[in-house]
Design a binder for this molecule. Sequence first.
Ligand code: AHR
Length: 515
Amino acid sequence: MKSLAALLLTASALLAQAPQARIKIDTDRTVGEVHPYVFGNFAEHLGRCIYGGIYEEGSPLSDKDGYRKDVMEATRQLGVTLLRWPGGNFASGYNWKDGIGPKNQRPARPDHAWGDIDSNRFGTDEFLQYCEKLNITPYICINAGYGTVNEAREWVEYTNEARSTYWADQRRKNGHDKPYNVKIWGLGNEIDGPWQLGHKNAEDYSKFALEAAKAMRRVDDSIKLIASGSSNFGPNSDWIGWNRTVLQNLRSEIDYISLHTYIGNRDNNFENFLAVSQDVDQRIEVVDGLIKAAQAGQRNPRPIYIAYDEWNVWYRARGGSEFATGATRLEERYNYEDALAMGMFLNSFIRHAGVVKMANLAQLVNVIAPIFTNKQGLFLQPIFFPIAEYAKQRNNMAIDALVTSPTYKPQGRQALGYLDVSVTHNKGENALYVNVLNRSQKTDITTRIETVEGTLNPSFAVWELNYPDLKATHDFGNDKKVQPKTSTVTAMLERNGFSYTFPKASLTILKLKLQ
Ligand code: AHR
């Protein structure tokens, strides 16, 4: 007979293992395809993103055209599908005509967005050839600040016109006979922000964007257009009003509306920091509602999606005078908790895969970026790894999983679950990807995972990012601290489900096979 102490021990062991959370998956509950463009990225003429990042003429690390080969390889590993260029704020003062033709005849121009001088040695052809080399989709953002409708139209003529016209012939003269066929065009950047060159109100912006869309489509009516949504979420800003007006006015011309979000752990509170998913979810859902409102009552409304075309953690390399001076060059050093925030953002995009059809990490190299270079090489920041792993889920079908988990109540917010989850289904592989962020700083969470459809294979692959120091960063020669671990686990199946314990402050992707 067991002693009382032994009985209590067994009971507490059982209790410790009893699931506290549940993820129930039904593959029929689809949300939408995880579009490949959700793994887009962004390269702006700012600090060392282009010059000294993507492009370094004369460097032994560059190819014959001046592109850094090590950066290209890292970009491939990151799974980048699409690249937005030339900005950002830079776009609103940029004249694309300065950046074409013989390089030694291109004018150096002051960049009034970031207080720099641009040599213009990297321009439209250099950008589009970079995308060709990497086999990624180019996305050009026009100048809707200081620029004109006609300059935008001529830009499309330069890149996409097949016939012999003035600008198409300039492209030929510059070495590219065939049209580049750039499909994705942004109708300006953050035009609602008072910091933006050529900032406008929503009505004035709509008039400009409508005319630009018309003119650009007269050159190529197959292009897809992204309206500048609001990025100004300050307490006194009317971001909902901006989006409502822009959607109402542009609904028959645009294919996407943009959203931008940067976050930061300013009060050094890990669990509060990762509760920002509430804002990301809310912004998406509000804009989705505004899209539906703009389409309501329309015959055959044009489909409009969200392009979350700037997102990241950005708060350290940032100063009050940033927009005028670019003082910090935005060379943010990322740590382990920022890497977890990547999972939080991507989970939200996946949960809303029906409407979020593009998302661009801001940015690719050096400037708030996962890749960090110097003249001798590069290192990968901790945020690199989750993005590269999630990118493998492109084209999967997002699933609306039922999730219950212990909750917490961050200051000034509604209560939310410690587990932040998204699920995708790859029909071809007959596999489920279960993406789980455990944002509890103290508690591992044992979770029952079960599926309604199919029979689970008890053996599955685990990808886990888990590091004891939330503030751990990488550097040149010291970039192996925050690394994902992979393993194969065999679970005890019970009624087509099993228990799995997600460690505190970790990000896990389970790849479950159905048989
Ligand atoms: O990505 C850095 C800057 O952040 C971009 O230029 C601008 O669009 C945003 O405010």
